[in-house]
Design a protein around this ligand. Structure first.
Ligand SMILES: [Zn+2]
Length: 307
């Protein structure tokens, strides 16, 4: 029964087309209670030995109160080994944990505007609303940005409170450094824009390139469509926010170099509270699963004396 409980807890279940997820602890607990209750019934009917039930459940005193009544009462609960903690362990948000998936995303054949949007979300970890509300003057993608009137060296993006026509609004004020490659990507996107809508001099970085709204600020609905197409091309579901989660995890775990300090990541992501940043340090589903699948991870063997 304990092995079954562990199996239920660590085996992801596929529901519909979405990503396979672990059962909630409360669900696992409910299954175990049902089976224990079944054996209790079977013991009462004389179908299984009473000793079996004694190994599966025990009497527990419930103190006086709403659940225990005036004097408290005894009730039967599964034994400790079969109980499930129903307090949810906070888990890190879903991110692109496979390097192959991250590479595949960056290698997709996209129009230049979409490529630049994906790269900006992926490398700068912006919220999609922040990216959509960027003005051209917020992009300082040069090594020396004094021509823009900015003393910050190296390519970066200013996330500011603009109010463009699409209603998108940046939530916080911060500067996020970006890789130099983004400057090329942006140049390509600008070239494509001029080809499509002419040199419109519009302030928005992201504009619709066709249809009746061509040249106007790109809407969130169009980005949702884009990510639907990306999901189809990649073969797994991806939302814009997953790119932000991925960037946060890459920074904190140092997957592209040294780990970035938690408080720096907080500032880069524009979190007001460190608690929001801390969620990325929580155990991920994959690491929990790996720990159970490989007992050596959970119970390291220490060499004995003289070893
Ligand atoms: Zn600047």
């Amino acid at each position: 029964m304990v092995r079954w409980k562990n199996h239920l807890s660590v085996t992801p279940v596929q529901r519909g087309a979405g990503v396979a997820r672990l059962r909630r602890p409360a669900t696992v607990g409910a299954w175990l209670v049902a089976v224990v209750e079944f054996y209790r019934w079977a013991a009462l009917e004389g179908l299984v030995p009473k000793a079996l039930v004694a190994r599966l459940s025990e009497e527990q005193f419930v103190r006086p109160g709403p659940r225990g009544g005036e004097r408290g009462r005894m009730r039967s609960v599964p034994v400790k080994e079969l109980r499930v903690r129903t307090v949810e362990v906070p888990r890190a948000p879903a991110w692109l944990s496979e390097e192959a998936d991250r590479r595949a995303l960056l290698a997709l054949p996209l129009r230049q505007r979409d490529r630049f949007l994906v790269e900006l979300l992926y490398f700068a970890g912006l919220r999609v609303g922040e990216a959509l509300s960027l003005f051209r003057e917020d992009l300082h993608l040069l090594a020396d940005n004094r021509p823009h009137g900015c003393v910050i060296r190296g390519p970066h993006v200013h996330v500011v409170r603009n109010r463009p026509a699409n209603g998108a609004r940046a939530k916080s004020l911060r500067v996020v450094p970006v890789p130099a490659e983004l400057a090329f990507s942006y140049q390509e996107a600008l070239r494509e824009r001029i080809d499509r809508v002419g040199d419109d001099r519009g302030q928005n970085v992201f504009v619709a390139l066709d249809g009746p709204t061509a040249g106007q600020a790109l809407s969130y609905a169009r980005v949702v469509d884009l990510f639907r197409r990306l999901s189809k091309l990649l073969g797994f579901k991806i939302r814009p926010h997953v790119l932000r989660h991925t960037r946060a995890t890459i920074w904190l775990r140092g997957l592209e170099g040294v780990p970035v300090d938690l408080d720096v990541v907080r500032v880069l992501l524009g979190h007001r509270s460190i608690a929001s940043t801390l969620i990325y340090t929580h155990a991920s589903e994959e690491s929990l699963r790996a720990a159970v699948a490989n007992p050596a991870v959970q119970f390291p063997k220490f060499p004995g004396p003289g070893a």
